[in-house]
Design a protein. Sequence first.
Length: 270
Amino acid sequence: MIRKANCKINLGLDVLRRREDGYHDLQTVMFPVEGLYDIVEVSRGDLCGAEFRSEGLVIDCPDDKNLCLKAFRLMHDRYGVDGVRIRLDKRVPFGAGLGGGSSDATAVILALDELFDLRLDEQTLIGLAAELGSDTAFFVRNTPQLCEGRGEVMTPVDIDLKGLWLVMVKPDEGVSTKDAYSGVVPAVPETPLVERLTLPVWCWQGVVTNDFEESVFALHPVIARVKERLLKAGALYASMSGSGSTVFALFDSEEAVSSLRDETPYIFRL
Ligand code: C5P
């Protein structure tokens, strides 16, 4: 079974407070990006445990720690699934704030549910995914969602960006999610994010914000410059995604977007 494990961007991100368990409560709207994805192939085989192979972008963690295998182990422990081959073709940059690893993990859970005919309901799948990370649950739904709590409490939101152009630039420098959180001063905004997102997209800049930008930009000025460049190129709205380092921008003109084709391969019509 082959699944496209697409990535996401964050349309705004508010870090509300630090929790007792070391995590942070946040509010963010996650939006799926169908155009950029990893390929996750999962098949049953005559073997014990799971065999994992990855190709494409070289991942900076040992196979054993890969979220695909963690997802298998979780499903093995809970439901006894066994004898699985997983092939990951990695295309989504990592350390990027695009949720690539999280999407892979969820893709494995969903594939195993189908391959072993487990027929788990959505809430169970969300619960399983949430055990593996904070962005993982979103990919069970994979439609625009307000994500709260650690990121796993979801409410669908009606945000239509159809017809706009999405440009994503991944600077060479990556950002560790853990470090990004440690630089943020949590605060509850006056107007909730979903309310600010009801404004037209051209009103979002400076209103729909990402709390990670300040501290991440201070540590990595290169990322701040990418955002400035995208706004100068005519973006309606530009922001870092998640904890970075990817910066994305929304455009309504194809002409403006063409000037960026030399800079990034990640340009999509929504
Ligand atoms: O859950 P995930 O692996 O994405 O998180 C990586 C790290 O980011 C966590 O170990 C935690 O330090 C931090 N984090 C947090 N609050 C969140 C999500 C992540 O503090 N809501």
